[in-house]
Write a protein that binds this ligand. Structure first.
Ligand code: IMP
Ligand code: ZN
Length: 364
C-alpha cells in the first residue's frame, strides 16, 4: 500500500478533514468549555447559589487526574445538567461539536437520570432523542444512542435502564435510534458479573452491547464477561493483551470472537490507567490486525477532539494518512447499525474519501 503522505496537506489538517466515525462518547463527559459556561450562566440567571466557580470547573479540564478524580468531575458536571433545558443544550452542542469535526456517524451514550421534581428518566432520554432527530435533519451526521448502565448504581438501576431502552426501541417516532446498551461507571465499583442477567436479556431483546472492560486490571471479571459471549464492542480493554499485563487466554477469546476495541488514548493517559502513549495497548492490537476504533470517550473532561486523537495515534504509531483513512472506513463495520444502514454508511464514507483524495492529491 502507498504510504499516502502528501506534501500539500499536513497531518493535522488531514485528521480534521477526514470523515470520521465516533463510537465511544459519553454525553456528559463531552461538554466543551463554551457549553459549560452557558450552563453556569443559565443556572446563575435562574438564581442558583453554591455553584462551582466557572474558572474552577473549566481550568481543571484536560488535566491529568486519578481515575477517582475523574468521577468527582462527572459529579460536578451532573450538577449543571440536572434539568430538561440543560439536557437539550448539551445534546445539541455536543452533536454540533462532532459535526464540526467531520464526524459522519456518532454513537452517543448516556446514563438515564432522574432529578426529583425536575426530570424523569424518560424525559431525560426523550429530550436527548428529540435533539438527535432535529440535529440529523440540520446536519450531515447520523446519530444513534446507547443507554448506559452505571456499574456503581446497582443491578436494580440496570434493569430500569433496560426497561427504558426497550420502551424507546419500540416507539415508532424513535425506532432504531436506541441501538444498544453501554456498561460504564467507576471500574473500582461493583462487579460486572452481577449484571450478566441484565445483559443477557438485553441481547435477547435485540440490543447490541458495548462494555467498558479491563479499564483497570481485573482478570477474573474480564474473563467471566468475555466468556459470556455477550459483548459486541469492548471499551478500553487496556489489560487484556499479554503485552499490556493481560493474558494469552483473554487475547485468544477476544480474537476468536473478533470483538472490536474502542481506543481512547487521551482518556487512558489523563486518568492514569495507561502510563504513556508509547505503552498504549493500541500497538499490540494493531500488530494482531485486530479491529480498532479511535474514539474520544470524554472529549470535554480530557480536553480533546476526535481529530486530535487521530493525530496523536498517527504520530505515536507512525500511521500514514492512508492508514487513518482505512481506520475510519473499517470503523463502519463496528457500528451498531443494521446491515443495510452499514452498507450505505460505508458507501458514503468511501465516496467522501475518494473526493478527499481528488481534492488534495493525497494517495489514500
Ligand atoms: P453520562 O452518562 O452522559 O452522564 O456521562 C458521564 C458518565 O459516563 C460518568 O458518570 C461515568 O458513569 C461514565 N464514564 C465516562 N467516562 C468513563 C470511563 O472512562 N470509564 C467508565 N465510565 C465512564
Ligand atoms: Zn467511556
Amino acid at each position: 500500500m502507498d504510504t499516502g503522505n502528501s506534501e500539500s496537506v499536513d497531518m493535522k489538517t488531514f485528521c480534521k478533514m477526514l470523515p470520521k466515525i465516533e463510537l465511544h462518547a459519553h454525553l456528559n463527559g463531552s461538554l466543551s468549555d463554551a457549553t459549560i459556561l452557558r450552563l453556569l450562566q443559565d443556572k446563575r440567571s435562574a438564581g442558583a447559589v453554591d455553584l462551582p466557580d466557572s474558572a474552577e470547573v473549566v481550568i481543571k479540564r484536560g488535566h491529568n487526574r486519578t481515575l477517582e478524580d475523574c468521577f468527582t468531575v462527572f459529579g460536578i458536571i451532573h450538577c449543571l445538567t440536572d434539568n430538561v433545558s440543560a439536557i437539550e443544550t448539551i445534546t445539541r452542542d455536543v452533536i454540533q461539536d462532532f459535526v464540526a469535526e467531520n464526524v459522519r456517524y456518532l454513537e452517543l451514550r448516556t446514563t438515564p437520570k432522574v432529578i426529583p421534581e425536575k426530570m424523569t428518566k424518560e424525559q431525560y432520554i426523550e429530550t436527548v432523542l428529540n435533539v438527535m432527530v432535529e440535529e440529523m435533519q440540520r446536519s450531515d451526521i447520523i446519530v444513534r444512542l446507547l443507554l448506559s448502565i452505571d456499574r456503581a448504581r446497582g443491578v436494580g438501576d440496570a434493569w430500569d435502564t433496560l426497561k427504558i431502552a426497550k420502551k424507546y426501541k419500540n416507539t415508532n417516532k424513535y425506532k432504531d435510534l436506541v441501538c444498544g446498551l453501554d456498561v460504564s461507571g467507576n471500574p473500582n465499583a461493583g462487579n460486572l458479573c452481577e449484571y450478566l442477567p441484565v445483559l443477557q436479556e438485553a441481547k435477547e431483546s435485540g440490543f447490541k452491547l458495548a462494555v467498558h472492560l479491563a479499564e483497570i486490571p481485573n482478570d477474573s471479571e474480564t474473563l467471566a464477561i468475555l466468556k459470556s459471549k455477550l459483548v459486541d464492542r469492548i471499551g478500553h480493554g487496556s489489560y487484556i493483551h499479554p503485552g499490556s499485563n493481560g493474558s494469552h487466554e483473554m487475547l485468544q477469546i477476544v480474537k476468536q470472537q473478533s470483538i472490536p476495541i474502542e481506543i481512547c488514548i487521551s482518556s487512558n493517559i489523563m486518568s492514569g490507567t495507561v502510563k504513556n502513549i508509547a505503552d498504549h495497548h493500541f500497538k499490540h492490537w494493531r500488530n494482531e490486525g485486530h479491529p480498532l476504533i479511535i474514539c474520544t470517550d470524554d472529549k470535554g473532561v480530557f480536553n480533546t477532539s476526535l481529530s486530535e486523537e487521530f493525530l496523536m495515534c498517527a504520530e505515536a504509531f507512525k500511521l500514514s494518512m492512508s492508514d487513518l483513512a482505512t481506520l475510519s472506513l473499517t470503523a463502519v463495520e463496528s457500528t451498531f447499525l443494521a446491515k443495510e444502514e452499514k452498507n450505505l454508511l460505508h458507501l458514503s464514507v468511501q465516496k467522501e474519501l475518494q473526493d478527499l483524495k481528488e481534492k488534495t492529491g493525497i494517495l489514500l
